[in-house]
Ligand binder design. Structure first.
Ligand code: NAI
Ligand SMILES: N[C@@H](CC=O)C(=O)O
Ligand code: NA
Length: 436
C-alpha cells in the first residue's frame, strides 16, 4: 500500500476528539477506500492535560498549532479550533504557505477569509477543504460540487443550524424553556463556543454565504446576509404557528438575480420562517439539518442529515481527508477564485410572499383598529388576525396576523407607519412564510 497520509490535528474538542475516534475505529476501511492509510502525527490544543475520552499518547504534542504545517512529518493540517481569526486563521495561513493541504470545519473563518485562503491554496496547488463547515455531516458541498455540478442552481435554502433546530423542535414538542434547551444543546456539543453565533443566526449566515458561493459561483459575501436569529421568538409564537398549521424553523435562503442594469445580484437571508406542516422541512427535527438545492436540470435536490455533533462532523472531515489521500485537489469553491463573480446584495423591494406578524400591544380599545389601519394604508391584505387572551404581562396582549401573498415592502411600510405607536408595547416581529 502507498505511503500514509500524515495529518496534524489543531483543536481537540467535540470535533477533534470525534476525528481521532473515527480514524482509529475505521482505519482499515478508510485505508482501503483512500488507497493508503490516514495516520495522525501531531496534535495541538489549548490544554494538554484535559480528559477527552481518547488516548492521545501515540501522537506528538505541539504547543503552538501555527507551526504544525511546517513539520516535515505532516502532509495535511486539520483545523478544528474555531473562530474567524486568531490562532485558527494563523494556522490555516501558515499551513497553506508551507505548501500543505488544509481541512477545516470552521465556517466563520471560511465565510470571512475563504477567498484569501482559497487563492493561496490555488497558488500553492494544495487542497483546501471544508465539507464539515456547512451542515455538519451532510455531504452538501460535495453534493453541489460533484453530483449537482452540471446544473445552474436557481435557489438554495434550508435548515443550517443544528442548535437552533434542536431548540425550536424541543420547545415545540415538549414546551421546554429556551434557556434550558440551549444548555442541553451545549452539553451535547452542538453549539458554538459562543452560542450567540447560533441563536442570533450568525452561524447559519456563515454557512449560507459559503453555500451560495459554491452554488452560484459568487464571491463570498457574508456581510450581505440579512440575518436574524431565534432569540426574539416566544413559546406563544410557536404555539400560534402550530394552531395555524406551521412549525417555526430558522431558514437560510440564497437566490441569484439580475438588477435593472443587467448586472448579477445575490439575495441572502437567514430568518426564522413559518414552515407549513406539509413542507419537507417541517419534519426536520433536533440537530438535523436539511438543504434544498434547485437545479435547472436536476430539479429539487434535498440533502438531509445530522448538522452538528462529534460523529457526523468527523465524518465530513475524514471524507475530505480521503479525497486528499486520493490526490484530489480541486478549486475550493468549484471554480478558481479569480472566476468567482462579484454579486452585490439584491434589492429585496420586489420580493413577494406571505408573512406572520406578531404584536405585543396595550390592552385597550382602538389598538386593533390602529394596526389594521396601518396595514390598509400600506396595502397589506390580512388573511387572519388572532388576539390571544390576557396571558401577557399586565395590561398587554399578543395580537398576531397572517398576511395574504403580497410585496414584502408593503409589510415593511406598515411597520414603518406603526413605528413608535403608543399602543405597541414592544417592536413587532415579522416571520416570512416559506412558500413551495
Ligand atoms: N460541534 C459541532 O457540532 C460542529 C463544529 N464545527 C466547527 O468545528 C470547529 C471546532 O468545534 P468544536 O469541536 O465544537 O469546538 P470545541 O470548543 O469543542 O473545541 C475547540 C478546540 O480548540 C481548542 N482551542 C480553542 N481556542 C484555542 C486557542 N486559542 N488556542 C489553542 N487551542 C484552542 C480547544 O482547546 C479545543 O480543543 C469550530 O470551527 C466549529 O464551528 C463544525 C460543524 C459542527
Ligand atoms: N453550532 C453549529 C455546529 C455545526 O455547524 C450548529 O449548531 O449547527
Ligand atoms: Na457538510
Amino acid at each position: 500500500m502507498a505511503e500514509p497520509l500524515r495529518i496534524a490535528l489543531a483543536g481537540l474538542g467535540t470535533v477533534g476528539a470525534g476525528v481521532i475516534r473515527l480514524i482509529e475505529t475505521n482505519a482499515e476501511l478508510i485505508a482501503r477506500r483512500a488507497g493508503r492509510p490516514i495516520t495522525i502525527t501531531a496534535i495541538s490544543a489549548r490544554d494538554r492535560t484535559k480528559k477527552r475520552g481518547v488516548d492521545l499518547t501515540p501522537y506528538a504534542w505541539e504547543d503552538d498549532m501555527v507551526v504544525m504545517g511546517e513539520r516535515g512529518d505532516v502532509d495535511v493540517v486539520v483545523e478544528l479550533v474555531g473562530g474567524s481569526d486568531g490562532p485558527a486563521l494563523a494556522c490555516a495561513r501558515t499551513t497553506i504557505e508551507a505548501g500543505k493541504a488544509l481541512v477545516t470545519a470552521n465556517k466563520a473563518m471560511i465565510a470571512h477569509h475563504g477567498l484569501e485562503l482559497a487563492a493561496k491554496a490555488e497558488a500553492a496547488k494544495v487542497a483546501l477543504k471544508f465539507e464539515a463547515a456547512v451542515a455538519g455531516g451532510i455531504p452538501v458541498i460535495k453534493g453541489l460540487r460533484e453530483g449537482g455540478a452540471a446544473n445552474a442552481f436557481e435557489r438554495v435554502y434550508g435548515i443550517l443550524n443544528g442548535t437552533c433546530n434542536f431548540i425550536l423542535s424541543q420547545m415545540e414538542d415538549t414546551g421546554r424553556d429556551f434557556a434550558d434547551v440551549l444548555a442541553e444543546a451545549q452539553a451535547r456539543g452542538y453549539a458554538e463556543a459562543d452560542p450567540t453565533f447560533d441563536v442570533e443566526g450568525i452561524d447559519a449566515a456563515h454557512k449560507l454565504s459559503i453555500l451560495a458561493a459554491i452554488a452560484f459561483g459568487a464571491k463570498i459575501d457574508f456581510n450581505s446576509v440579512d440575518t436574524a436569529g431565534i432569540s426574539r421568538l416566544r413559546a406563544a409564537d410557536i404555539a400560534q404557528a402550530d394552531s395555524l398549521g406551521y412549525v417555526i424553523r430558522l431558514i437560510g435562503m440564497a437566490e441569484p438575480g439580475i438588477a435593472a442594469d443587467g448586472s448579477p445580484r445575490l439575495f441572502q437571508r437567514v430568518q426564522p420562517h413559518l414552515v407549513p406542516f406539509d413542507h419537507p422541512l417541517a419534519h426536520v427535527d433536533g440537530a438535523t439539518n436539511a438543504v434544498v438545492a434547485e437545479g435547472n436540470f436536476s430539479g429539487r435536490l434535498l440533502f438531509q442529515g445530522a448538522g452538528a455533533g462529534d460523529g457526523p462532523t468527523a465524518s465530513a472531515v475524514v471524507a475530505d481527508l480521503i479525497d486528499i489521500a486520493r490526490g484530489e485537489i480541486g478549486a475550493p469553491f468549484s471554480v478558481p477564485v479569480a472566476e468567482l463573480e462579484e454579486m452585490p446584495a439584491a434589492d429585496t423591494g420586489h420580493r413577494t410572499g406571505r408573512a406572520y406578524i406578531r404584536f405585543i400591544v396595550a390592552d385597550r380599545p382602538g389598538v386593533l383598529a390602529e394596526i389594521t389601519a396601518a396595514m390598509r394604508d400600506a396595502g397589506v391584505s390580512i388573511e387572519s388576525l388572532i388576539q390571544k387572551g390576557r396571558s401577557e404581562a399586565e395590561g398587554e396582549v399578543m395580537v398576531s396576523m397572517v398576511t395574504h401573498e403580497g410585496p414584502e415592502s408593503a409589510v415593511s411600510e406598515a411597520l414603518r407607519l406603526l413605528d413608535g405607536a403608543p399602543s405597541l408595547a414592544r417592536p413587532p416581529l415579522v416571520l416570512h412564510i416559506l412558500g413551495d
